[in-house]
Design a protein around this ligand. Structure first.
Ligand code: SF4
Length: 555
């Protein structure tokens, strides 16, 4: 019996490779029974080991990635002593980085569809060699079967590739080694996606490294997906400077939340981009991101990388500011990982790269960033990750951008305060974050306006009451006042029959004239402060806030 094992990051993830390997083994060695198991890196190690070692299997297969490398290394060490008779086959992008392996291990390089015949022959005989190299296959049909969707893939994210390889060659990426991109025929992609969609998963992630590298093809697949009525979300990794007018025209019709895009900018510094072989038109990128954001229907996740060659504190600051001012829904600030066998790892000395010696090989210093500077920037990134990547302070970020304030300077000040609060050691709750921000704005001249924005955002994200340090008047007080003062009917809000329910369901806030103006809740010429109701119904668009209604001015 063979045991196929995936060690995922989270329970909701799945492992595409596991299904490809299953199909290849069943085709080549149909007599051999197979079992497969899915674990996560957060599962208790000992119990996981026993669930593997307790099976009477002849061979086990692992797919090794940067996130599970250490876990698998540990399993190999223990399994090889417990079961010296067991064959351990290691594939996946990080398998070569496992280093020296026990004798019973076999390294499999390349794609399973291109495995040499000798591999299956030796596997069957139980006489595997230490290394096999696969030929590059031209086809890679979807590995899923209908029963997978109700079995191993139930309640998990589905991954699908409509192409393999990447047209780019970023020097820090393992995908840059692949020569050329192999695209599946569009009709086949549609057919395979139809089968996946029929299973109605929450999300299907297309793992194509650059989904829109062929605009016509991307358009055709998007059009097909947009016409579907199932409530499935699709995730794409896209090149932001490869958008065409027909793409924008089509994307303007995509239902809200059906698509999400991950966009790697990595740096806005031309010398840095050149040094890592990234060809990107930053101006076109920013322009296109703004156009996509304008649609307010596609979740945009934008990546920057800290620690790239030629990236100084000043140039990173500039990249940070540029991306922040675009106001994407999510800003991911990742660290450079100096992966073995990448071009950047071969040039580590030239770039003065010091990185962790174990996966995921995060950068610690570069010729352009001392370790101390890197710590500072890393913590600023952590701050951004916590404070920015949620819905809770969107009006504040909008204000910073509108006022021309420098985001990096604001976040540097926020970082100083976070350290005072010991933020990185504590549970990063929204309450703690709003408390720190409340503190931060205390000394500013625009303090009152910013506190109003924090209050407004808090309530429109669905909280029913304000935290004590943001409260001026309690919800109870406001409700009592409104109960007495509100007329029996207010058009578009309630009738005398629904008045009580309205008072119960809505949250209320009193905002200054300035805040009302900034939030666009009153006409500029006729501005007054006043009362606002936040209703339980949500707004359309990506962020889904509670709906806002301005109450009549007489109150
Ligand atoms: S575009 Fe993405 S997948 Fe392609 S080489 Fe660059 S980092 Fe790797």
């Amino acid at each position: 019996m063979f045991h196929l094992i995936s060690i995922n990051c989270r329970y909701s993830h799945s492992c595409l490779a596991l299904f490809y390997v299953r199909n290849a083994l069943e085709k080549q060695l149909p007599e051999q029974p197979l079992i497969f198991s899915q674990f996560t890196i957060n599962d208790p190690y000992y119990a996981t080991l026993l669930r593997i070692s307790g099976q009477s299997t002849k061979a086990i297969f692992f797919s090794v990635y940067i996130w599970n490398h250490r876990f698998i290394r540990r399993l190999i060490n223990d399994l090889s002593r417990l079961r010296p008779d067991l064959s351990i086959i290691l594939g996946g992008p990080q398998a070569p980085a496992l280093g020296e392996l026990p004798e019973q291990c076999t390294l499999f390089l390349g794609e399973i569809e291109g495995a040499p015949e000798a591999f299956y022959h030796d596997l069957e005989k139980g006489k595997l060699q230490s290394l096999y190299r696969a030929e590059r296959p031209q086809t890679f049909p979807s590995p899923y079967r209908r029963e997978d969707f109700t079995g191993a893939l139930k309640n998990r994210q589905l991954y699908y590739e409509s192409s393999r390889g990447c047209p780019f060659s970023c020097s820090y990426c393992l995908s840059s080694g692949s020569k050329g991109v192999r695209h599946k025929p569009v009709d086949l992609v549609k057919e395979e996606l139809t089968a996946l969609i029929a299973a109605e998963p929450m999300i299907i992630k297309l793992v194509d490294r650059t989904f829109n590298d062929q605009p016509e093809r991307a358009l055709s697949i998007w059009q097909f997906l947009i016409n579907r009525t199932e409530q499935v979300r699709f995730h794409f990794e896209i090149a932001p400077d490869r958008f065409t007018e027909p793409m924008f025209k089509l994307l303007a019709t995509v239902p809200c939340d059906q698509f999400q895009f991950e966009i790697g900018i990595q740096s806005c510094h031309p010398q840095t981009l050149a040094a890592v072989n990234r060809k990107m038109d930053i101006e076109a990128t920013c322009r296109n991101i703004l156009r996509l954001l304008d649609l307010n229907s596609i979740h945009l996740h934008v990546d920057l990388i800290l620690g790239l060659p030629f990236e100084t504190k000043a140039s990173f600051r500039d990249s940070f500011n540029q991306v922040f001012r675009l106001a994407p829904h999510y800003i991911q600030l990742g660290l450079l990982k100096v992966l073995p066998d990448t071009e950047i790892s071969r040039r580590a000395e030239e770039f003065g790269l010091i990185a962790c010696s174990e996966p995921p090989y995060e950068v610690l210093a570069t010729r352009w960033l001392s370790h101390e500077q890197l710590i500072e920037l890393y913590e600023l990134c952590e701050c951004t990750e916590s404070f920015y990547n949620n819905r809770f302070f969107r009006s504040l970020w909008h204000y910073l951008v509108q006022m021309g304030e420098e985001p990096f300077a604001f976040f540097s000040e926020l970082l100083r305060l976070c350290r005072e609060y010991d933020f990185f050691q504590l549970s990063r709750t929204h309450k703690l974050m709003v408390r720190i921000l409340t503190d931060l704005v205390q000394k500013r001249e625009d303090r009152e306006l910013l506190l109003d924005l924090l209050r407004y955002d808090w309530l429109r994200c669905g909280y029913r009451t304000l935290p004590e340090y943001l409260t001026e008047r309690s919800q109870k007080e406001l409700r009592n006042r409104l109960r007495d003062a509100l007329p029996q009917n207010v058009e578009d809000l309630f009738t005398y029959q629904t008045r009580v329910e309205f008072l119960k369901q809505a949250s209320f806030i009193e905002l200054s004239q300035e805040a009302m103006q900034f939030l666009g809740l009153v006409n500029q010429d006729n501005a007054e402060g006043g009362l606002v109701a936040l209703l339980p119904e949500q707004t359309s668009g990506v962020m889904k806030f509670n709906q806002t209604m301005v109450l009549p001015p007489c109150l």
